[in-house]
Design a binder for this molecule. Structure first.
Ligand SMILES: [Zn+2]
Length: 344
């Protein structure tokens, strides 16, 4: 059994978003190049995923929306919304991106591997059941989580989302669902506008959504404090059968669209904490999927650190100064409030 695998397919680079779009194919090439240079590929296999089936995608998205994506894409491309563009290959890329998550669930449960990194695009965490938005087409992590509960019989999935934007799509899908705990750390206020600390779920799902809306300029110290005081204790109590991560690298200090202050090694530390939680709760099963991240170099180096932590291999990294510029008081207040709402 190999410890960790990376899922990647060249079709992800055929999803074209147009000149000047930040969510561009080069993001994956840069990450693959950095993985090669790091020497990590001696320890980690790269595999092509299969397409998700329409039935898998239909676990989250309406038939009507899936057909719309296919029609617009295969008709030569077009816009799903102001910033979400489809090209001719986008439908195929989107099916395969979600397929990486389905393959990851299957591989983790069969014991073929314990941890995976899905190096995919288009990203997913903003996508709603009936609508794509924010560069996202199908909600990859949501498809994987629901596949795990409804097809594979898992009882509890935990999704941690450290993309700098709130994963409104993922929250929406599981807001009333106690079988999926969704935790997001994000810049707030910021796109898409959701993810206040008081959004904690509804009905049977009350208490299974945790939001940490940090001010712009929040750095590693408070991300790690949120893990220690809120995310890890809430995870231990929830005792997931599988841990998943929406890994966006736009929370890096070098990102072009956001203003958070993490560095390469911050991602290694956060991944390490979740590797530990997964070992405690669920035989180490941990699936990470790529969301945002728009500074090619910063993102590629951070993908390497994440993958190193998944594989249990030390990789030299850059610990560039990334002091928080936000007031510590506000971040601490959010952490305390989230802890008290989560009862930890
Ligand atoms: Zn983002």
């Amino acid at each position: 059994m190999s410890g960790a695998v990376v899922f990647f397919d060249p079709v992800f680079e055929e999803h074209k978003t147009g000149y000047g779009h930040p969510e561009r194919p080069e993001r994956l090439r840069a990450s693959l190049g950095a993985l090669e240079e790091s020497g990590l590929l001696d320890a980690v296999d790269i595999r092509p995923p299969a397409d998700a089936t329409l039935r898998d995608i239909g676990l989250i998205h309406s038939q009507k929306y899936i057909e719309q994506v296919q029609r617009v894409s295969e008709g030569g491309g077009g816009q799903l919304d102001m910033d979400t563009t489809l090209s001719e290959a986008s439908y195929r890329a989107a099916l395969r991106a979600a397929g990486a998550l389905v393959n990851s669930v299957d591989g983790c449960l069969s014991g073929e591997f314990s941890r995976s990194f899905c190096l995919v695009r288009p990203p997913g965490h903003h996508a709603l059941p009936n609508r794509g938005m924010g560069f996202c087409v199908f909600n990859n992590v949501a498809v994987g989580a629901r596949y795990a509960t409804s097809r594979k019989g898992l009882d509890r999935i935990m999704i941690v989302d450290w993309d700098a934007h709130h994963g409104n799509g993922t929250q929406d899908v599981f807001y009333k669902d106690p079988s999926v705990m969704y935790v997001s750390l994000h810049q707030y206020p910021h796109y898409p506008g959701t993810g206040e600390v008081d959004e904690t779920g509804q009905g049977n799902g009350k208490g299974y959504t945790i939001n940490l809306p940090f001010p712009a300029g929040t750095g590693e110290e408070h991300y790690l404090e949120a893990f220690e005081r809120v995310i890890i204790p809430a995870g231990r109590r929830f005792a997931p059968d599988l841990v998943m991560v929406s890994a966006g690298y736009d929370s890096h200090v070098g990102d072009l669209l956001c203003s958070m202050r993490l560095n390469d090694l911050s991602y290694r530390k956060m991944t390490g904490l979740l590797v530990g939680l997964a070992k405690e709760c669920c035989n180490g099963r941990l699936i990470v999927t790529l969301e945002g991240g728009y500074n090619l170099e910063a993102m590629a180096r951070s993908v390497v650190q994440t993958t190193g932590a998944l594989a249990g291999v030390e990789v030299s990294g850059k610990d560039e100064a990334a002091e928080a510029t936000a007031s510590a008081g506000k971040a601490k207040e959010i952490i305390s409030r989230a802890a008290s709402l989560a009862g930890v």
